[in-house]
Structures are given as C-alpha cells and as structure tokens.
Design a binder for this molecule. Structure first.
Ligand code: DOR
Ligand code: ZN
Ligand code: ZN
Length: 431
C-alpha cells in the first residue's frame, strides 16, 4: 500500500456517522480503496483519516455507462478530466466514455491514447470501444487493456458518427458474444430516418418526426433478433418509449438484455422545446411527446434497468445556431443522480430502486466490483442530503461541465450529492 507525505496510508478512510439506505446509522472503514467493514458501532482504527459523515445518507457512487466526453478532438466542449470533474460533482464515480471522438475509439492506438489522457481523472473512466466495418480484429486487444467494458454500435447516424450496416453489426455481435463483451446499441433505423427527411420541415419542433418513434422500434427489433441468434449481452441505450420495455420482455432473452434510460427522455419532452432557446433541445434520439415521456417515466420501477446520462456536451454557441447546424446532444452527467434522488423524494422510486438504477444493475451487468455497500466492494461512495431543496444551475450551483450549461436549468429538486469518494479518496465535497 502506498504512503502519503504524512506517512498515512493512502486510500484508507474512516467515514463516521452516515445513514445507510436501511435507515441504520453506521461507520465505514475503507482500506486500500475498498470497503473493509461497514456497520453500527465500528471502531475507528488509529491513524486512519476521518471523514465526518454528519448523518448524511450513504449510497454507492453512481455509474454512468454512457457519456460522450470530447477528448480527443473537441476539448473546447469537454475533456476527460473536465467531464470527470462534472461527474464527481454529481455523485457519479464511474463513467464509460463513448467512442465517437475524433479520432474515433475504433483502434487499439486510439484507445491507448484515451487511457493515457485519463490518467489523472478524479472518476474511474472506462471506454466503450466503437464497432466499425473494418475493426473486428482490434476488439480482443482492446478488451485485454481492462479498460473496455462494452462495445458500442451506432445503428443509425448521430453526432460525428454514421450508422453501422447490418452485416457488420452481426459480425461484431457474434464476436462480442464469443468474447463475453456486452454490446451497447444506439437504436435508430437508418432507412426509416432517411425516409422521413423530405416529409417534414427541418426544424427542432419536427425533430421527433424526422427521427420517429417507429425508427427506434425497428432498430430495437433488429438488435433483439441478432441477440437472439448470438448469446450476447445487450444494452439498449437511451430508450424513448415504454414499448421498448415490452419488446424486451417478449423477446425471451430478457435475462441478457438491459434497458437504459436517460434523464432527458424521462424529464423533458417536446413541450420543453421553447423559443428562443429551442435548438438547445436537439438530441438523438429525440425528445418525445408528453404521453410517451410519462409512460417511460412509469417504467422506472419495471422495464427500465439502468440510467445513463448520454452526457453529450456542445457549447451554447453551437447549440443556438439554426437547426441544421446545431449539433445534437445534451449534457447531463452531473444531474443524473440529483434527478434520480428527486424521484425518491417524490415517492416515485425507493432508495433501493435508485441504487439499482444508478449503480448496482450496471455494475453487475458490466462486471464491475461496485454498486454495493458491502465489505470487499470498491469504496466508490457518495454522501447525500436527501432533503436538500435546490435549483439546478441557480444559486450556488454552478455547472461544472466545460460546456457550461444544462437543459435542466431552473428545475427545483430535492436531494443533493454532497461528498463524493472514489477508491477511498475524497474527490468532491460541498463543505
Ligand atoms: O444527440 C446525440 N448526441 N446523440 C448521439 O447519439 C451522440 C451524441 C453526441 O455525441 O453528441
Ligand atoms: Zn446514442
Ligand atoms: Zn450517446
């Protein structure tokens, strides 16, 4: 174990007086970055630094398996380090970064460069490897780095990324199944999107018609069909409609399929798209009508398995251009856990369900030693004040993402992450 300047063992910590999700008051002893013991009446060993928990609620740090940090290629929007700082401010301790950077993360060399750039990150960073027509041979070596937990397939074109043709998709899925590598899909059918292009005016109010709900269902059906023929683990990313959950239930392979939902599809709808800031809300897949949004929200206790922010920072200058020039994507990593805590405060989900949605289910599916407040698990933790009422992006809340804005600005919510710990190190504290 390494020692700090004062001879203190690093990544050892005693967290005094926290409230566990079951309501008990407890202490937590962390050694070597892992939880050593947790429970009431825990004695504090001499020499271990103490963090006063102040009776705050202790949760596993959130895992956001879906972020688009912009390094390399668009560092002015976000870097790996600025993205990680934004994450830990919001209680997210682990992120999985998507491959649509420039260059894309579709080669071992590009992956190694990201790993190098992420060295001093405050959060744990993993990298989803991108599936391309010509890079099947790169995937096994990428997996061997230990920093890739999933393969990403864009089935339709999106920001900085074309869609992958079905024959290549099948080859990748078949290989991923053999490698035991989970696959994450952005599910929008290319042909369906193309067919709509001449039918609607090109403006953000028609974005959800230009990229219709049916295009998502068609791509999901295709992904499920491929997954049925190859024993792959599949995550369907950022679903916009409850129908996807029904399709997964009916697929017969639900044990190896997970449904991810993103906060913007749960908490924003076409009704949020208002002048003069309307193009900010351009995102793929699009925000849907209010009925679809509320039906999706109702799946938080049933068909949705995991939350991923799809954090896709672009500058306001870029977003406020005319529709055809405004890039798609919304930032969100630092408000994922706060918005989920607000759902607890409103009685929509229990604390246990919040843990499943924000850490446990992703950890189990992706094979991370995280997501549980138990001895032996990584000490990635967040201390929360579940009763704190605040306004996003207002008062003393400053957006930490380099892009400097949030689509949730002005939301009044209850529940705030206040201290974030990664591998036993305090990486963010509101005090
Ligand atoms: O709106 C989106 N933005 N959807 C994506 O699939 C990619 C993302 C981005 O990278 O900006
Ligand atoms: Zn996507
Ligand atoms: Zn995405």
């Amino acid at each position: 174990m390494c020692k700090g300047a004062e001879g203190l063992a690093m990544n050892d910590l005693f967290i005094e007086d926290v409230r566990l999700p079951d309501g008990r008051r407890a202490g937590v002893l962390v050694t070597g970055g892992r939880i050593e013991s947790i429970g009431p009446d825990l004695a504090r060993p001499a020499e271990v630094p103490v963090l006063p928990g102040k009776g705050r609620l202790l949760l596993p740090g959130a895992i956001d398996a879906h972020v688009h940090f912009r390094q390399p290629g668009a560092e002015y929007k976000e870097t790996l380090l600025s993205g990680a700082a934004s994450a830990v401010k919001g209680g997210v301790t682990t992120c999985m970064d998507m491959p649509n950077t420039s260059p894309p993360t579709t080669t071992l060399a590009a992956l190694q460069e990201k790993i190098r750039l992420a060295q001093d990150s405050q959060a744990n960073l993993y990298f989803n490897f991108g599936a391309a027509p010509d890079n099947l041979d790169q995937v096994p070596a990428a997996l061997e780095t230990g920093r890739v937990k999933a393969l990403k397939i864009f089935m339709g074109p999106s920001t900085g990324q074309g869609g992958l043709a079905p024959e290549f998709m099948e080859r990748h899925i078949s290989q991923a199944a053999r490698l035991g590598l989970p696959v994450m899909v952005h599910a929008e059918d290319i042909d369906d999107l193309e067919n709509e292009q001449d039918r609607w005016p090109h403006d953000v109010h028609h974005h959800h018609k230009l990229r219709p709900a049916g295009a998502e269902l068609k791509a999901v059906a295709q992904a499920l069909e491929l997954a049925a023929s190859h024993p792959v683990k599949l995550i369907i990313c950022h679903v916009t409609q409850a129908e996807v959950c029904r399709m997964v239930e009916k697929s017969g392979i639900g044990d190896r399929v997970r449904v991810e939902a993103s906060p913007h599809h749960l908490f924003l709808s076409t009704g949020s798209i208002k002048n003069p800031r309307e193009n900010r809300f351009r995102v793929n897949p699009p925000l849907r009508e209010e009925e679809r949004r509320s039906a999706l929200l109702a799946e938080l206790n049933t068909g949705i398995n995991t939350l991923g922010s799809d954090h896709a920072p672009h500058t306001l200058e870029e977003k406020e251009q005319e529709y055809d020039r405004a890039p798609s994507g919304l930032p969100g990593v630092e408000y994922l856990l706060p918005l989920a805590l607000d759902c607890c405060s409103k009685g929509l989900i229990s604390i246990q369900r919040l843990i499943e949605l924000t850490s446990l289910n992703a950890a189990e599916f992706l094979g991370l030693n995280k997501g549980r407040l138990e001895a032996g698990y990584d000490a990635d933790l967040v201390l929360v004040d579940p009763e704190h009422v605040w306004n996003i992006g207002a008062g003393d809340d400053r957006v930490a993402s380099k892009c400097g804005w949030t689509p949730y600005e002005g939301f009044s919510i209850t529940g705030r992450p206040e201290v974030t710990i990664v591998s036993g190190r305090i990486v963010y504290s509101i005090d």
